[in-house]
Write a protein that binds this ligand. Structure first.
Ligand code: KIV
Length: 281
């Protein structure tokens, strides 16, 4: 159903040509919606999701058939060079959402509401609408019951919402680092209650970041909507990664939850060095 292209048989007779020949022609597959992502769980289909921050990345991910691309506020670290996501602004998010959306992907384009962008119901709805105007088709914000009025208002305004529980990178300064969640019983219970509340509010899926694999599995079995894990073990309904981490573009950081599948940084260095030397020679 969510395959990259639809093949449709067209009877040539219908086009006034030889009726004995049936051609197979490509027609564009339907745009992926938040409902389609939600329904993948019921069909037992896994959800591979990745981040994109610009036109080429969005286009490449879409050509491979990634069904959900996130314009994540991780762009603060992996594109803008900030130490964490807390300095990313709405203007930054809009700029990168516009760039990715210009690829006109079939994938669902989800954009992060940045730090400080959903403190009140009014700011949450205004900023979610700004992201949609920039090209997003759904928004994500970090938190559970503490942001429930904002989540309800975003969904009531007609914008699909992706939840984000577990380690919340926008809280990294208060928390003093990136810590795994769900190890203690109060954390475990809080995750269950937050996830239930987001589902009740109408979230179409929930990202689980750095949640213990045991609790991520329990949430995946408990919730009617997909869980999309990052550093949360293998038992989620989908997995999401920050694309530059997967490609080995950031050799200065090492992460436990992702082993780069390429070494783009080293390949770039060596190609650039070779070209530089050829010019100098
Ligand atoms: O900003 C981001 O890229 C994210 C993913 C890590 C899920 O929120």
């Amino acid at each position: 159903m969510l395959k990259c292209e639809n093949l449709e048989r067209l009877d040539d007779a219908a086009r006034g040509e030889d009726s004995t020949i049936t051609r197979i022609s490509k027609v564009p597959a339907p745009k992926i919606t938040a409902e389609m992502i939600r329904d993948m769980k019921a069909r037992g289909e896994k959800i591979p999701a990745l981040t994109a921050y610009d036109f080429p990345m969005a286009r490449l991910l879409d050509e491979v058939g990634i069904p959900l691309m996130l314009i994540g506020d991780s762009l603060g670290m992996v594109v803008l060079g900030y130490p964490d996501t807390t300095r990313v602004t709405m203007a930054d998010m809009e700029h990168h959402v516009r760039a990715a959306a210009r690829a006109k992907p079939r994938s669902l384009v989800v954009a992060d509401l940045p730090y400080g962008g959903y403190e009140t119901i009014e700011s949450a709805v205004t900023n979610a609408k700004r992201l949609v105007t920039a090209g997003a088709e759904a928004v994500k914000a970090e938190g559970g019951r503490e942001i429930l009025p904002q989540v309800q208002a975003i969904i009531s305004s007609g914008i699909p919402f992706l939840g984000h529980l577990g380690m919340l990178p926008q809280h990294v300064l208060e928390e003093g680092g990136y810590h795994v969640k769900g190890k203690s019983e109060p954390e475990h219970q809080a995750l269950l209650a937050d996830a239930d509340a987001l589902v009740k509010a109408g979230a179409f899926a929930i990202v689980l970041e750095l949640v213990t694999p045991r609790v991520a599995k329990e949430l995946t079995q408990r919730l009617p909507v997909p869980t999309i894990g990052i550093g949360a073990g293998p038992d989620c309904d989908g997995q999401i990664l920050v694309t530059p981490d997967l490609l080995g573009m950031l050799p200065w950081y090492s992460l436990k939850h992702v082993k780069p599948k390429l070494n783009v940084a080293e390949q770039m260095r060596s190609v650039v060095k070779e070209w530089k030397e050829s010019v100098e020679a």
